[in-house]
Structures are given as structure tokens and as C-alpha cells.
Ligand binder design. Structure first.
Ligand code: HEC
Length: 165
């Protein structure tokens, strides 16, 4: 009985530690689907990222998307706000009062998509918190790593093109 109690206690401690409540993440995901997914895709593959990058480099708006995909948004914002606390604060504020000057996206995002609307103004604080935590914990992409890989892929594609023509 005592052992059982201790196991229970230990798992409670582990759960209450720095791990996030999975219910919050679930809620965050459904808020994402309802409120953010109309503009932000859940994920861009490296090829999709490359395609968008090539459009931007040639001065065109990327096709079929209205905002940067969320795995890239998450990685990019973490580059500037690495801890959960500052990340969540930033996202909650940004979606409520977005502006070009506080944003951390690449300049092309604002040029081709415009600044995002203050969608958070109609959301409860709890919902903003949940979606921000989901955005933080749902992705493990690291910005400079993804960016290095997309540039490598670009080089490969360009050298192939070069050799076939
Ligand atoms: C109407 C389209 C639209 C909707 C809906 C939308 N966004 Fe955005 N979002 C954008 C665009 C466009 C950008 C890139 C320009 C910018 O950062 O303002 C962006 C950028 C962002 C950024 C990066 C901010 C920066 O520039 O540093 C975050 C974080 C973000 N969105 C979160 C969200 C969340 C969370 C939701 C849902 C609650 C959401 N967005 C809903 C269009 C949208």
C-alpha cells in the first residue's frame, strides 16, 4: 500500500514538474485548428519551405499559403525567445497586438503576407496561453538547423539544374 502511494506520489511530482499538462496542449491544438489554421499550415516540409523560399527570392508571393507554417514560426520565435515563459508571453502579446516592429519573422513574411490581424483580441487569456504553449511544445524544429538544410537543398537543386542544361 505504502509502495503504491509512493509510486503515485512520484508520478504526480513528475507530472507537476516542468512537464506541461497534455490537456492544455490538446486545447491549444483545437484552438489552433479553429483560429489559426485558416492562415498557418501546421507544418511545411523542407521541399515546401524551399519552394516558398525560391518564390520569395525571385520576388513572388509564395503560392498556396497565407502565412508562415507553424513549425517554422515556432522555430523562429524560439530563436529569439528560447524559454517557455518568454515565448508564451511574446506569442500572447503578438497575436493580440501584432506589429512589424515587434515581429521576429524574416522581412519577406511581412512583405508578402502583411502583418497578421489582432486575432487574439477576441480570445480569452486561457485560450491564448494554451495555443502559445501548444506552439512551443508541439515542435522540435531548430531555426538555424532548418535554415541550413533548406539552403543545402537549394544548392543541390541548383547544381542539378546547372548540369542538366
Ligand atoms: C488571417 C491570417 C492569420 C491568422 C488567422 C493567424 N495568423 Fe499568425 N501570422 C499571419 C501572418 C501573415 C504572419 C506573418 C507576419 C507577421 O508576423 O505579422 C503571422 C505571424 C505569426 C507569428 C510570428 C510573429 C512574428 O512576426 O514574430 C505568430 C507567433 C503567429 N502568427 C501566431 C498565430 C496564432 C497563435 C494564431 C491563432 C490564434 C494566428 N497566428 C492566426 C497570419 C495569420
Amino acid at each position: 500500500m505504502l509502495v503504491l502511494l509512493m509510486v503515485l506520489l512520484a508520478s504526480l511530482v513528475a507530472f507537476g514538474g516542468d512537464k506541461v499538462d497534455p490537456k492544455v496542449l490538446e486545447r491549444g491544438y483545437s484552438i489552433y485548428k479553429e483560429t489559426c489554421s485558416m492562415c498557418h499550415k501546421e507544418r511545411a516540409t523542407l521541399w515546401e519551405f524551399l519552394k516558398a523560399r525560391m518564390s520569395v527570392l525571385s520576388g513572388h508571393r509564395p503560392e498556396n499559403i497565407d502565412a508562415p507554417p507553424m513549425n517554422l514560426v515556432s522555430a523562429r520565435v524560439k530563436e529569439f525567445y528560447p524559454t517557455e515563459l518568454e515565448f508564451v508571453e511574446f506569442v500572447k502579446d503578438y497575436i493580440t497586438n501584432p506589429s512589424r516592429s515587434k515581429g521576429v519573422c524574416k522581412p519577406a513574411a511581412y512583405t508578402f503576407f502583411g502583418t497578421m490581424p489582432p486575432i487574439g483580441q477576441g480570445m480569452s487569456d486561457e485560450d491564448k496561453e494554451a495555443v502559445a504553449k501548444w506552439l512551443y511544445y508541439n515542435y522540435s524544429d531548430i531555426w538555424h538547423d532548418v535554415f541550413r538544410r533548406v539552403k543545402e537543398l537549394q544548392k543541390k537543386v541548383e547544381s542539378k539544374k546547372g548540369s542538366s542544361s
